[in-house]
Design a binder for this molecule. Structure first.
Ligand code: NAD
Ligand code: UGA
Length: 443
């Protein structure tokens, strides 16, 4: 099938490459000229395991094209995906300007009927807005062309995006049209082989499903962070509690890892956006507001521990930081806990020596050159003459460090662990002070 994808970011690029891999003919359109030119040269804008060879072989085979030419893109695909960003606006609502700009573009150039697919995460009612926008432009053009707007939210996780798209656990399709359902079934048939993965529903339910999924996951995390904070006060170990409750299949082990808060481009913005959506229809979402508040506080947790350990005086302290990305296996630092920590440390007069396996360029792009941040080439060099080690991201490379070396290089043998990677008893034996999250010990 001929498919067009607007927006070549995490979602658009991965989805496009995965569709091309199964034989669809995909054109990707983006307004970012540099991104498009780089992709044509084989330079992939994001770090995502498995993505580079996937893009390359489909580009070489001519099934995957990149362009800034929106008209070409609109004319190409019967199916037009909208996969652009929906960042928060000033009050936290999802900003639909990019989605609606693409809708307008499609309506401006279409000369045959189109199926417009909302892949971006968008509030309930957006498909109606996209439809109204397209109708208005078609009317201005004096054309009476058929089109449909489908909600098809994306559930991929960064760091596992290719695998998630190739083997989705579900494909949600929001449409009331049997003809559109049948086209979407044809599109996704290669991913729907072993058992039925398509869940077809009305558009509004599909739009809400996406927010409900992310908010449920965020709720699990904030709940566990609240339990971790309690465990610290009560002298219990949250890691034992986690195992104790996860073994109940009704609770499960997934997404109950406490830590220094959830980050990324989705949970923070999507929880906020659903809160605003609820408020706009006169419902006060108490639970979601607490999920957000607990998370904001949790992102301050490491700083609070470090500050207390050093008696409130961080002026001139050098902090070794392992992990800048918001989670492992990505270079994405959007809303990462590391950023909240670094900014608090800098405000208190400390300097940071940081290392991340993939996010160094991103950190350089965000923070540029500043005297209180040094980006180091290895995790070991980040320790040099530092006063303490802080772990913000659970990269595999940080899971079994040489603790003798850590102790030797730090001027205070202390680790603040935002992801509970280490065994407190083992570190105690090694003579290293250890502060995890909810490990029965406050500073
Ligand atoms: P992104 O910021 O990585 O990419 C968006 C791309 O859209 C950029 O390359 C930008 O230049 C392009 N763009 C903006 N306006 C455009 C226009 N008018 N025409 C063509 N291209 C345009 O965004 P993302 O992380 O891929 O997220 C996209 C959407 O998918 C968001 O709504 C997000 O919430 C949702 N989502 C993201 C993830 C994820 O893991 N990142 C997962 C599921 C859903
Ligand atoms: C999340 C969802 O998992 C995806 O299903 C969804 O498609 C995506 O958002 C989206 O809508 O964009 P992602 O943000 O890539 O994916 O990463 P997650 O693995 O969900 O992690 C998000 C944050 O939660 C990370 O900061 C992670 O460290 C934190 N987290 C996760 C915890 O603190 N504890 C956990 O148990 C799990």
């Amino acid at each position: 099938m001929r498919v067009t994808v607007f927006g070549i970011g995490y979602v658009g690029l991965v989805q496009a490459a995965v569709l091309a891999e199964v034989g669809h003919d995909v054109v990707c359109v983006d307004v970012n000229v540099e991104r498009v030119e780089n992709l044509k040269k084989g330079i992939i804008p994001i770090y995502e395991p498995g993505l580079t060879p996937l893009v390359q072989r489909n580009f070489d085979a001519g099934r995957l094209q990149f362009t800034t030419d929106a008209e070409l893109g609109v004319k190409h695909g019967r199916i037009q995906f909208i996969a652009v960003g929906t960042p928060p606006d000033e009050d936290g609502s999802a900003d639909l300007q990019y989605v609606l700009a693409v809708a307008k573009t499609i309506a401006t150039y279409m000369v045959t009927p189109k199926i417009i697919v909302d892949k971006s995460t968008v509030p309930v009612g957006t498909a109606d807005k996209v439809g109204a926008c397209v109708s208005t432009v078609l009317k201005e053009r004096g054309l009476d062309l058929g089109f449909d707007v489908v909600s098809n939210p994306e559930f991929l996780k960064e760091g596992a995006a290719v695998a998630d798209c190739q083997r989705p656990d579900r494909i949600v399709i929001g449409t009331d049209s049997p003809a559109v359902e049948s086209k979407m079934r044809e599109l996704y048939a290669p991913f729907n082989r072993n058992h039925e993965k398509l869940i077809v529903m009305d558009v509004r339910s599909a739009e809400l499903t996406k927010y409900a999924a992310n908010c449920m996951l965020a709720t699990k995390i904030s709940f566990m962070n609240e339990m971790a904070n309690l465990a610290e006060k009560l002298g219990a170990d949250i890691e034992k509690v986690r195992q104790g409750i996860g073994s109940d299949p009704r609770i499960g082990y997934h997404f109950i890892y406490p830590g220094c808060g959830y980050g990324g481009s989705c949970f923070p913005k999507d929880v906020q956006a659903l809160v605003r959506t609820a408020e706009k229809v006169g419902y006060v979402p108490e639970l979601l507001k607490s999920v957000e508040a607990v998370n904001s506080r949790q992102k301050e947790k490491l700083f609070t521990h470090i500050q207390a350990y050093f008696g409130g005086d961080l002026l001139g302290k050098k902090i070794a930081l392992w992990g800048l990305s918001f989670k492992p296996n990505t270079d994405d630092m959007r809303d990462a806990s590391s950023r909240v920590l670094m900014e608090s440390l800098w405000a208190a007069g400390a300097v940071v020596q940081a290392y991340d396996p993939e996010a160094m360029n991103e950190a350089q792009r965000i923070y540029g050159t500043r005297s209180d941040l040094t980006l180091m080439g290895t995790k070991e060099s980040a320790l040099n003459a530092a006063d303490a080690l802080v772990v913000c991201t659970e990269w595999n490379a940080f899971k079994a460090p040489d603790f003798d070396l850590v102790k030797e290089r730090l001027s205070h043998a202390v680790i603040f662990d935002g992801r509970n990677l280490y065994d407190p008893a083992m570190l105690e034996q090694q003579g290293i002070a250890y502060y995890g999250i909810g490990r029965g010990r406050s500073v």
